[in-house]
Design a binder for this molecule. Structure first.
Ligand SMILES: Cc1cc2nc3c(=O)[nH]c(=O)nc-3n(C[C@H](O)[C@H](O)[C@H](O)COP(=O)(O)OP(=O)(O)OC[C@H]3O[C@@H](n4cnc5c(N)ncnc54)[C@H](O)[C@@H]3O)c2cc1C
Length: 513
């Protein structure tokens, strides 16, 4: 049966409230799945694997914990996806709570320091619309000293200011927040999620919810709830980065240097690895530093061997350069081969990342005009993770979908043809775009749970598109609206009437087709 015919039939059934058993075989991405047992036992097994088969255990006594709150829609994780989900659900009329493990909202933006929400937006881009664009504009409006991305019309969000922007979004939309709160388990009734267990300074407690949206980036809630997930092997996963910011930069001198010797996207492929592009990207200017670090290595300022068999590298992008002499969002130190879901790997990566940042700083001071007197202003609050768990959803987005203008009847938004990761770079200068299907946020294993952000279902190339912050906002808003509509219509999120979801998304200013 053709894809479109199949979609129409599915759509008719959806409208009639009938849902087929998922054709997992057909839509499951191939090659990179670690199949997991969807039982609670897998958590113990995974821990044992992480800690070298340790066989000692402690039998934790069962205890009663207080249910401290309940709500319609509970959003876990307040990155671009979680913020969008919470705002969208609240605007669609749901009593919405937003839980975040750190002390601020914003996710990778405010906790890692990643400011480039719309950097892909070169001339010719058919962009998405909705809360992501609203956040970008709001951040620029609220910061009189906001700076633009060097080579196109997108904003560099100020990561620190964004904490305040996000506070305002939460307050203005009547979202009930809980910061410093870590979700550690899912409350299940059979296959239906009923809430979550959290840990925080107040202790261990439970929160009940009619619908839960997992925006943790790592699909934590889906994993706790027993949903099937996949994770790339360490050697195949995208690397982690400790993003840092410097002060003491002579911005005039640096900008002159960049004008004279601009890097292009062709420079991203610098011999250490080959990058696939469509060719049209290669000549575009890019805020990229790589040759400078090679020079510093040749001159003996930083070691030629950064260790771990070439898995540690220095070179990458910068974004904000202020007149006050700050260079922010320095995305230069890359560490591959660590598992971001293994606390020992995380510990090592944080420490090694800081050590290699000193090498990066030495390279900047030595070889980049304007950085001679630069010093580290700060690191992000945490190392940045690009790649961890993804759910196996009702539909698994594919390379063909994101690079072939995928069209879906259950579209909850569009995203331009922008792919950045796994050695592929495609910038959306052609006006091409794809539909984001609702089903990539739905786990067939758990009812009333939606997953939005970088952990939606799909293969690696689709991850390289969907992990981008603006795409995370698209899925966040779609999930928030769908959760609210499913409550209003008294259906589960797995059977929600997609037409009604699309109507509400359009009311919220989202482009669906
Ligand atoms: C170094 C780096 C550079 C990048 N560069 C770009 C770029 O230039 N442009 C771009 O668009 N994208 C970029 N990305 C990708 C992008 O930032 C992420 O994919 C995106 O932020 C994911 O959004 P999210 O909302 O799904 O998750 P996140 O932004 O990761 O937010 C998840 C939130 O959930 C919280 N959380 C996690 N687990 C729990 C739990 N159990 N309980 C409670 N809270 C929890 C986290 O603290 C976090 O705040 C980059 C990523 C990295 C790491």
């Amino acid at each position: 049966m053709s894809d479109i015919k199949e979609q129409i039939e599915r759509m008719m059934k959806l409208k009639a409230g009938i849902r087929n058993k998922v054709q997992a075989k057909k839509t499951r991405p191939e090659g990179d799945i670690s199949k997991r047992d969807s039982s609670a036992l897998r958590r113990i097994q995974n821990l044992r694997n992480q800690f070298n088969g340790v066989d000692k255990s402690y039998l934790e006594p069962a205890k009663s914990i207080p249910i401290i709150d309940s709500c319609d829609v509970l959003v876990v994780g307040a990155g671009p996806a979680g913020l969008s989900a919470a705002v969208a659900a609240a605007r669609a009329g749901a009593d919405t709570m937003l839980i975040e493990r750190f002390g601020c909202f914003g996710g990778v933006i405010s906790t890692v320091g990643m400011e480039t929400l719309g950097w892909y937006r070169y001339e010719g881009t058919q962009d998405c619309s909705g809360i992501g664009i609203e956040m970008e504009k709001m951040a620029a409006r609220m910061n009189p000293n906001s700076v633009k991305f060097a080579f196109n019309d997108s904003e560099c969000l100020d990561a620190e200011m964004f904490k305040i922007v996000a506070d305002q979004l939460v307050n203005e939309n009547g979202i009930r927040p809980l910061l410093h709160t870590f979700v550690v388990d899912a409350i299940m009734e059979g296959k239906i999620i009923k809430g979550v267990v959290v840990e925080c300074k107040s202790g261990r407690m439970a929160i009940e919810a009619k619908r839960v949206i997992d925006c943790s980036g790592d699909a934590d809630v889906a994993y706790f709830a027993g949903a099937q997930i996949r994770q790339n092997k360490k050697k195949d996963a995208m690397g982690m980065t400790p993003v840092f910011n410097t002060s003491g930069v002579n911005s005039i001198k640096f900008k002159k240097h960049i004008q004279k010797f601009p890097a292009t996207y062709a420079d991203w492929s610098d011999g250490e690895w080959k990058q696939e592009t469509t060719g049209k990207e290669n000549g575009l200017k890019s805020p990229y530093l790589s040759k400078e670090f090679k020079k510093a290595q040749i001159d003996g300022v930083i070691p030629t061997n950064l260790g771990r068999e070439g898995q540690n590298t220095i070179g990458g992008t910068w974004s904000g350069i202020t007149d006050a002499g700050e260079a922010t969002n320095l995305n230069l130190v890359h560490l591959k081969g660590f598992d971001p879901l293994n606390v020992r790997d995380l510990t090592q990566a944080e420490m090694l990342g800081r050590k290699n940042t000193l090498h990066a700083l030495a390279g900047l001071q030595h070889a980049v005009p304007g950085f001679e007197l630069a010093k580290i202003r700060n690191f992000g609050m945490t190392i940045g993770v690009r790649d961890s768990r993804k759910i196996i959803g009702e539909y698994n987005l594919t390379r063909k979908d994101v690079l072939g203008q995928g069209r879906f009847i259950d579209s909850i938004g569009i995203f331009p043809e922008f792919v950045d990761g796994y050695n592929i770079l495609v910038l959306p200068t052609s006006g091409r775009y794809f539909h984001v299907p609702y089903r990539c946020m739905v786990s067939p294993d758990v009812s009333n749970l939606l997953v939005a952000g970088r952990c939606v279902s799909g293969d690696n190339t689709s991850h390289a598109a969907m992990r981008n912050m603006m795409a995370c906002c698209v899925t966040g808003q779609g999930a928030g609206v769908a959760a609210a509509i499913s409550i209003r219509e008294k259906t589960s999120t797995n059977n929600v009437n997609i037409i009604k979801v699309q109507e509400e998304l359009k009311n919220q200013g989202v482009r669906i087709k």
